[in-house]
Write a new protein. Structure first.
Length: 304
């Protein structure tokens, strides 16, 4: 009996803290924040490289840009969870979100979301006005245009949602160099084009959940065959992008092109397979690795 009470006591003191942290990270969608932070840092880093700036001598700018980007993304994701709390319980991958289970109330979600966004925007405006304005555009386009309007009404919701998802590298670059040269826009374009094949593959994997939630994702409305064609179309659009990034060097262009061709070939090789979900799983996993590897490679190739 004594051992049981001791174990229960330990669970009460340890488990709640870990659960609260998990709930918090789920609320702000920490995976999305982390992946977008990589792209924001890459934009920031490359801006220093191409303007002959000094990273260590500008740590205040680095802090404001990265902290600001992280906070507006986290805050926007929290508001997205608040908006979707009426349908998230239907979907397997979202039904355990704290806004669904009630572990974080709607009022607390709003406080966290808006507080993070306000503080994040302040940080971004402390770098310069362009970075701040881009932050405002990112928040508005994700929370209002995508989450409140497009997501539940249009089959083009994924493409519309790609706009805010492509802004983080621009914010990072603008914090250092608000002139936003061609290279900065190539990062934006790369991120914009990457998102439809990534999220279409996810939607194929979760098609019945989206159907149950009445979200007009492409595979729900048009079916797998059309979705696969769209995925291949967007992957093909990535092929010329590296050739507009020659300033990173020929080795990078070759590396990025190899990644693009690898994704395209992988899609084509499995295109006619009967197991569409298995095909979508492979394309989704490749897309995740693609983004991390490519943006990390940009930093590495810029210093070698």
């Amino acid at each position: 009996m004594g051992d049981s009470r001791t174990l229960a006591s330990v669970e009460r003191t340890v488990h709640p803290a870990s659960t609260k942290w998990k709930d918090f990270t789920a609320l702000i969608k920490i995976g999305i924040v982390n992946s977008n932070l990589i792209t924001s840092f890459t934009g920031l880093w490359l801006a220093f490289v191409f303007t002959d700036g000094h990273f260590l001598q500008s740590l205040d700018t680095v802090f404001y840009a990265l902290a600001g980007s992280s906070l507006i993304m986290a805050g926007s994701c929290a508001l997205n969870n608040y908006i979707d709390r009426d349908i998230d319980h239907i979907m397997e991958r979202t039904k355990k979100r704290p806004t669904v289970t009630g572990k974080i109330t709607g009022s607390k979600t709003l406080i966290i979301g808006f507080s993070f966004i306000v503080v994040g925007l302040i940080f971004l405006f402390l770098t310069n006005i362009i970075a701040g304005i881009l932050g405002v555009i990112g928040v508005f386009s994700y929370v209002v245009v995508y989450s409140m309007w497009a997501k539940r009404n249009y089959v083009s919701n994924t493409v519309i949602g790609s706009l805010p998802g492509a802004i983080p590298p621009l914010i990072g670059w603008a914090a250092v160099d608000p002139s936003l040269p061609t290279m900065a826009w190539m990062l934006f374009l790369l991120m914009f084009i990457w998102q439809p094949p990534h999220f279409y593959a996810l939607a194929m994997r979760r098609v019945e959940e989206y159907r149950a939630a009445s979200i007009p994702m492409l595979p729900v409305v048009k079916g797998f065959s059309v979705t696969k064609k769209h995925i291949m179309f967007w992957v093909a659009l990535l092929l010329p992008i590296p050739f507009f990034m020659m300033s990173l060097g020929i080795p990078f262009v070759i590396f990025a092109t190899a990644l693009n061709i690898g994704w395209f070939i992988m899609g084509m090789m499995g295109y006619k397979k009967k197991d569409d979900v298995k095909w979508a799983n492979g394309m989704f996993i490749y897309s995740l690795n693609y983004l991390t590897i490519l943006f990390t490679a940009m930093v590495i190739f810029s210093v070698i």
